[in-house]
Design a protein around this ligand. Structure first.
Ligand code: ACK
Length: 900
């Protein structure tokens, strides 16, 4: 401090009684005062505007006695900028005035001795930009002042972090309105999103933050600091989000992970976002179907069973053998399954991509061997053979080849026949000669293996006899048996009048029904001269555009069977099955194909497959029926072996019986009733289908013998003299019952057809399947009565099944449980009586000592008369049922075929 002689340095006590130094001047009595007090040089330290806070006391002129005019109550503040810190003399004129400072209104009273002093605080700011530092000066012009303190300072905006950018301690600008633009720098482990900027205001406040930074991958913002993601978490991008938990099937083992590693066995595709779960490769596509013609191959498949957690499955197709010797990639076409194949142009190349190395190799295996051949039409010089399609055709079968030779000749000389169908007439054979036949199928992949040998003998008889692979020995046996049979049947006829426990509804009463007014009768479409007339009478023509084919579900006799959707205007869209007639058909094939629709179209019953309509006006011809989700009954049962309750099985049988009753009421004879021709929908409703065989098996005695009798399902009279009636359908129904209860077992297992015919002829019948309720097996045996008039009608079968369903207790006794032979429990008798509807005689029989089935075998009519069982039908039922029961139990125990 430099001061002239007027200012003096004085010690006084502050308000806390601490001594302080002050500069004072008080020349109030003399005029024209000009007294200076100057500070030392002050370094401005980069400041551009400095603040000067002055604390002082100033005497009120009125409080000074005797002062007039000369007394002042202000002083002046000056400054002088200078680079020099030791200027000894500075001219008055070099100082620039900052302000005239007056005492403030608000002051603190300070009691200094006996004087009341008021401490004022005044702040002024000065722009100091031109030199390194400055001096301040106070000019007194005649006041009474004491300068208590002078504080000089400048303002900064303090170091701060905003939007993950650090802004340094910043000195404010030179002017009160100036803003200092400051660029921030990104904090550690962060990256600039947009240049971070802020403005430092004159008051030392940060203003208008712009831009900022984002934590780098692997780091997240924790209160303005980027912290590494912890174990099990990751962050893939610089973003303002936090770390995320590793997606399923992945992990991170270290802090700061930018991606998670897949668990072993799991993978990420390159294009997968890091947030996606690790996935597994899909399993192979399923149910590959190939349709090959000369110039193209159409492949269809169902998606893999296991997609590995992905939804972007793509398929890669590798063509291993396209043309001999060359690999030709992409010249095939691959369609997803829901394409309708017939409308696709051939040889269009589809991009086939794979990110997952999922591939299908298109090598074409040859068809599996034909599993069996049957001969159905035997004469002296010819044999009609037929066979089933191989189990695994592995493509479309283009042709069958039949090789045959005389058994004696071995394979030294053989003949080959080729056919497009699954049957062939072999002519020009020698009479009474055993021939050996092998068949094989050909697809685009070539020939499959030949079947094993099947031997059939030609006839010695000039008149044809029906048989299935019937050999000469058997034919001779049959002929010699006829005489005996005639005798037996005469006897059986007399007995059967008494034995038939079903009411005497005739099976062959079609003629009667024709005369019965009010009963709708089925019309054979083959009675129409013009087959198209029949089809349009019984079937609705569907516009092909309303059919949307979705996938192939099987091969029918005339071509593919597809599933799809049908939308008829004004009606709800429904799922349908579509049978089509493959191209290149003959007139006869067209007629046969459409005849099924003409027949089906006449029926309307919940257990008969419903015809939706036909497409005949454009090709391919189609028959559209309701869709049955569970497909055919035999395959369905095999798939669900043992999974249904007896009541559910009986429910299925009831449905079939109900459909068959309807057909028989309409005088329609099905002729091919078998579990494979029953379709099952999603509600387990069974419906009779396949009305295709009736034509082939027409009742024309002059017609050539058919080649296609389903021997195992057909009644003996239908096999031997083609007597197809509702009663022969009942026989087949009994076989269907057996198929159902045995969950799709093949009737007569692997016995060959000749043996089946022989066994049935000799009185053998299929035993009860495992866990089969006694009553059901009894019903089967009734359906297999040799005499067709003895078989129950469908109406009776239906009643019986309804009764069983109403009284499920009657189904609880299975053949095994009910015991065998003479040691049958007493308690079984009442139950058994109930199952045959004669429980009313329980006590009578028990009282007379009939406590086992064995003992009931001795019952005679006279004995029953004596016991009061007088109704003839009841007597008949008792005698017949005891015999049947005993036999079926023996059959079951031996688990083999036993004579009835
Ligand atoms: O046993 P599936 O699945 O049931 O295989 C055969 C195949 O077509 C050849 O006949 C199935 N099929 C036939 N008609 C229908 C239909 N209306 N609904 C569902 N599948 C059907 C049959």
């Amino acid at each position: 401090w430099f001061f002239d002689l007027q200012w003096e340095e004085v010690s006084i006590m502050d308000e806390k009684n601490i001594p302080i130094r002050t500069y004072q001047v008080c020349n109030v009595l003399e005029p024209n005062q000009n007294n200076w007090l100057r500070t030392d040089w002050i370094h401005r330290s980069g400041a551009q505007r400095v603040y000067v806070e002055v604390k002082f006391t100033l005497r009120d002129c009125n409080s000074l006695p005797g002062v007039t005019g000369t007394c002042k109550e202000t002083f002046n503040l000056y400054y002088h900028e200078s680079n020099e810190d030791r200027e000894s003399y500075i001219k008055e004129s070099s100082f620039i005035k900052v302000d005239t400072v007056a005492a403030d209104e608000s002051f603190t009273q300070v009691d200094v001795g006996d004087r009341i002093m008021k401490l004022n605080t005044e702040v002024r700011d000065v722009k100091v930009t031109t030199r390194k530092g400055f001096y301040l000066a106070f000019q007194d012009v005649g006041a009474c002042i004491a300068l208590v303190s002078v504080r000089v300072f400048y303002k900064t905006c303090p170091l701060t972090i905003r939007n993950l950018a650090t802004f340094p301690d910043t000195v404010t600008g030179a002017d009160t309105s100036s803003l200092v633009e400051v660029r921030g720098s990104c904090v550690n482990q962060s990256e600039e999103k947009e240049e971070p900027k802020m403005y430092c205001g004159a008051d030392g406040e940060w203003l208008v933050p712009i831009g900022g930074c984002l934590c780098s991958p692997g780091y997240e913002d924790k209160g303005g600091v980027c912290k590494a993601c912890s174990v099990g978490f990751y962050k893939a991008k610089s973003s303002d989000t936090g770390c995320s938990k590793c997606p399923p099937h992945s992990h991170s083992l270290r802090d700061g992970a930018t991606v998670c590693d897949c668990h072993s066995g799991y993978f990420h595709a390159d294009s997968d976002p890091p947030s996606m779960a690790c996935t597994q490769p899909p399993s192979a596509p399923q149910q590959l179907i190939s349709v090959v013609n000369e110039t193209s191959v159409v492949l269809e498949w169902a998606p893999p069973r296991r997609l590995g957690g992905r939804s972007d499955t793509s398929y890669s197709l590798e063509c291993l053998i396209c043309q001999a010797g060359s690999h030709n990639r992409g010249a095939g076409k691959a369609l997803p399954r829901n394409h309708s194949t017939p409308h696709m142009p051939p040889f269009q190349s589809y991009p086939i991509v794979s990110q997952l190395s999922l591939s299908i190799s298109l090598s074409f295996p040859a068809p599996s061997p034909v599993s069996f051949i049957q001969a159905t039409d035997v004469t002296r010089h010819s044999l009609s053979l037929s066979w089933q399609q191989p189990d695994r055709p592995n493509g479309v079968i283009l042709e069958y080849e039949v090789k045959f030779y005389e058994k004696d000749q071995k394979e030294r000389s053989y003949r080959i026949m080729r056919t497009f169908s699954r049957s062939v007439d072999v002519t020009g054979l020698n009479p009474l000669t055993v021939y050996v036949f092998h068949a094989r199928a050909r697809t685009a992949a070539g020939y499959g293996e030949f079947s094993g040998p099947f031997e059939f003998s030609t006839n010695s008889d000039p008149f044809p006899l029906i048989g299935d692979g019937v050999n000469s020995a058997f034919l001779l046996l049959s002929v010699s048996g006829v005489g005996i049979l005639l005798l037996i049947s005469a006897a059986v006829f007399i007995i059967s009048r008494r034995r038939n426990k079903y009411s005497k509804t005739k099976q062959d009463s079609e003629e009667e029904k024709h005369l019965n007014p009010g009963v709708k009768i089925y019309v054979d479409p083959f009675t129409y001269e013009d087959p198209d007339q029949a089809i349009h009478e019984f079937a609705k023509e569907i516009d092909v555009s309303s059919i949307h084919i979705e996938r192939v579900i099987g091969m029918g006799e005339f071509g593919e069977v597809c599933s799809g959707r049908l939308r008829v205007q004004g009606k709800r869209e429904i799922y349908v099955a579509i049978k089509s007639l493959k191209a290149g058909y003959s007139d006869k094939q067209r007629r046969d194909f459409l005849s099924e629709a003409s027949i089906m179209g006449q029926f309307d019953h919940p257990n008969i497959i419903r015809l939706e309509g036909v497409v005949t006006r454009c090709k391919p011809l189609m028959i559209v029926t309701e869709y049955m989700e569970n497909g055919s009954l035999d395959a369905f049962l095999r798939k669900h072996d043992g999974q249904f309750t007896v009541i559910q099985l009986v429910g299925m049988l009831r449905g079939i019986a109900s459909g068959m009753k309807y057909l028989s009421d309409m005088s329609y004879v099905h002729r091919d009733l078998a579990a494979r021709n029953i379709l099952v929908n999603s509600n387990l409703v069974c419906k009779v289908s396949d009305f295709g065989l009736s034509r082939v098996l027409e009742d024309d005695p002059e017609a050539a013998y058919t080649t296609r009798i389903p021997i195992r399902w057909t009644a003996p009279e239908a096999i031997t003299y083609r007597k197809f009636t509702t009663a022969s359908d009942v026989w087949s129904y009994g076989i269907v019952m057996w198929e159902v209860v045995s969950y799709g077992e093949r009737p007569y297992w692997d016995m060959n057809n000749q043996d089946v015919i022989k066994a049935i002829e000799e009185g053998y019948r299929l035993p009860a399947p495992m866990d089969c309720p006694v009553v059901l097996h009894q019903l089967m045996l009734d359906c297999w009565e040799r005499e067709r008039a003895e078989r129950p009608t469908f109406s009776q079968i239906l009643n019986m099944l309804d009764k069983l369903i109403r009284n499920p207790g009657t189904l609880s006794s299975t053949v095994l449980e009910s015991g065998v032979g003479s040691e049958v429990c007493v308690s079984v008798i009442p139950e058994w009586l109930q199952s045959i509807g004669l429980e009313r005689y329980r006590d009578t029989l028990a009282a007379a000592g009939y406590t086992s089935l064995d003992s009931l075998l001795t019952l005679t009519h006279q004995e029953m008369d004596r016991l009061g069982i007088i109704t003839p039908t009841h007597q008949d039922i008792l005698i017949a049922s005891v015999q049947q029961e005993m036999l079926s139990q023996m059959q079951h125990i031996q688990h083999t075929m036993v004579p009835v």
